[in-house]
Design a protein around this ligand. Structure first.
Ligand code: MG
Ligand code: MG
Length: 254
């Protein structure tokens, strides 16, 4: 049986919008410190301070025992990297994944950055394909569509660009918890999955790999890397399904 996502109340939506806005601002703010020589712990400290100053709580800190505010994953690391003393070097591909909680409601957001103005066609393409795949998935997040339409559109686009999508980790419903039903895979068929309905919220998060999509977990029991050691990138937004189409909660309104 396919489990559908919960329908949010008006008050819950107000809180989710604020949680989304705070995490969007936090990631934009941290772009200023993403330079050669900065440690991943310093990036994490910036995000924690920012989120707490805005009156929100970091969503990941302590969740399932995770020890930091953000998951920071470099190069062949796909997701769930633990911030620490590692210093960024020129050419690092850095994925930052972060969430906030406002009045018990969650947001979830990730972007990948290339450090130090390196010109590298593959790395730049990995970032742009993950980001475009996310946008394509969002454009299909319409009430009445099955999640499979979102999934298939993401997979088809990524494959058409010569990359692969990770299968062992997927997007998810979001609301009073970070991870709620339904699953939002980045692969699949249009007739699969839960039906999107007005008032549901989902986190869409394509994880794109340069080589094979298979993954491996490091000894820290958190960091997920590509099995073949090739590069990956990650992009994520929290989306509210409205009667007027998808509303992206983790991007600032223009
Ligand atoms: Mg995330
Ligand atoms: Mg997520």
């Amino acid at each position: 049986m396919v489990t559908e996502g919960s329908i949010k109340t008006t008050a819950q939506i107000v809180s989710m919008k604020l949680a989304g806005e705070i995490v969007a601002k936090a990631l934009i703010g941290c772009e200023n410190i993403l330079k050669v020589g900065v440690t991943t712990k310093e990036i994490d400290d910036f995000l924690r301070t920012f989120i707490e100053k805005e009156g929100a709580k970091p969503a990941f800190l302590g969740l399932y025992g995770f020890p930091a505010t953000a998951c920071i994953s470099l190069n062949e690391e796909i997701v769930h990297g633990i911030p620490g003393s590692r210093k960024l070097i020129k050419g690092d591909l850095v994925s930052i994944d972060c969430g906030a909680i406002v009045n018990g409601m969650y947001s979830d957001h990730a972007r990948t950055y290339l450090i130090g103005n390196e010109k590298n066609i593959v790395k730049e393409k990995l970032i742009s394909v993950a980001s475009k795949a996310l946008d394509i998935g969002i454009s299909n997040s319409i009430a009445g569509n099955k999640i499979g339409i979102v999934s298939q559109s993401i997979e088809e686009y990524v494959l058409s660009q010569g990359f692969e999508v990770v299968r062992e980790y997927v997007g998810h419903g979001i609301g009073t918890q970070l991870h709620e039903p339904p699953s939002v895979p980045n692969f699949g068929k249009s007739n699969e999955g839960a039906l999107l309905r007005v008032g549901m919220a989902i986190a869409i998060e394509p994880m794109v790999t340069e080589g094979d999509w298979k993954t491996r977990m490091l000894d820290d029991k958190w960091t997920v890397v590509t099995k073949d050691g090739k590069l990956s990138s990650h992009a994520e937004d929290t989306i509210l399904i409205t009667e007027n189409g998808p509303e992206i909660l983790t991007r600032l309104k223009k």
